[in-house]
Design a binder for this molecule. Structure first.
Ligand SMILES: O=P(O)(O)OC[C@H]1O[C@H](O[C@H]2O[C@H](CO)[C@@H](O)[C@H](O)[C@H]2O)[C@H](O)[C@@H](O)[C@@H]1O
Length: 285
């Protein structure tokens, strides 16, 4: 019964090994998900994103079963907590949110945010953007101000793909001129500080929690470093399962994944099934 269930939840032997390790020792398991596109369906206006209630409820179930649950996101930590309603979900009372690719942190257990000062260069970039858009003849780029980063969104543009293409190189040059980097995503180019990514964030949290089995779920290019980090952890003797929240917009994660599901509703169903699996093990032991 357990074997059949495990096979349905992971397409690779490595993924199934991770699920088995979670069953054997749930206390040393860590489950971390990205926010947009993984827990929260993609919407036109980033300010209107809302977490899939079934996905966060299922994460809450896991929160009662495994050692650590976390969200690792490009969003500011405060925004992810607010849009996800993460401070109100039963079972997430000791979760961790790592925001802005791991630089910001919220601990549900204390309710405290750790938010470092934003770099001054972001203000300089912001001041240069109107001139850049005018030069490129672009008038419908939506800006998302994230204090230590700026998201340039093209989803609401008349030609999202064309506007994105027109922005890529000029924005990369602008970021470089100011010592910053560009994080490309689904209809978004984010100008942010260099030197850290979701892979660093995942590795640091795994070390802090002493986790031995690691699940990471994501949907977009910004999640790739975490996928690579989790695969690296396997080589160091941990088990890891990589969950891809698939979309028609981005397929870079699929070939690295141990399980592919369809968007946040698929993540919700998968997470709930893993909770069932772990509860079955708990009931039997
Ligand atoms: O790391 P994540 O949690 O996945 O955040 C990555 C970026 O996600 C957000 O943008 C994406 O979601 C928006 C709302 O659904 C959508 O409109 C946009 O097209 C997507 O790219 C967020 O707005 C960015 O700040 C994050 O960096």
């Amino acid at each position: 019964m357990t074997e059949l269930t495990t096979a349905a939840l992971a397409e690779t032997p490595e993924g199934r090994r991770c699920l088995q390790a979670m069953q054997d020792d749930p206390g040393s398991a860590l489950v971390a998900f990205d926010f947009d596109g993984t827990l929260s369906p993609i919407v036109e206006d980033p300010a209107r994103a809302v977490a899939d209630p079934d996905a966060v409820a299922a994460l809450g179930r896991l929160g009662r079963l495994v050692g650590t649950v976390a969200v690792i996101t490009g969003r500011p930590a405060r925004t992810a907590v607010s849009l996800g309603g993460l401070d109100r979900v039963p079972g997430l009372e000791s979760m961790v949110v790592l925001g802005q690719y791991g630089v910001e942190r919220w601990d549900a257990a204390t309710g405290e945010f750790q938010i470092p000062e934003p770099p001054a260069e972001i203000d300089d970039v912001e001041a240069a953007l109107p001139g850049l858009f005018a030069e490129l003849g672009l008038h419908d780029v939506h800006l998302e101000h994230k204090e230590r980063a700026i998201g340039l969104h093209t989803r609401q543009s008349a030609d999202p793909a064309g506007t994105f293409r027109a922005l890529v190189e000029p924005v990369r040059r602008l970021a470089e001129e100011h010592g910053l980097t560009v994080e490309p995503g689904r209809n978004v180019l984010e100008i942010r500080p260099r030197g850290h990514d979701k892979g660093d964030a995942l590795r640091a949290l795994v070390a802090e929690r002493g986790a031995r089995s690691v699940v990471f779920g994501g949907d977009d290019l910004g999640d790739l470093p975490a996928f690579h980090a989790a695969r690296g952890l396997r080589e160091e003797g941990l088990t890891a399962l990589l969950l891809c929240s698939a979309s028609h917009e981005e397929d870079a994660l699929q070939q690295l994944s141990d399980m592919v599901v369809h968007g946040p509703s698929g993540v919700a169903a998968w997470t709930s099934a893993v909770a069932d699996l772990l509860e079955g093990r708990a009931a039997a032991s």
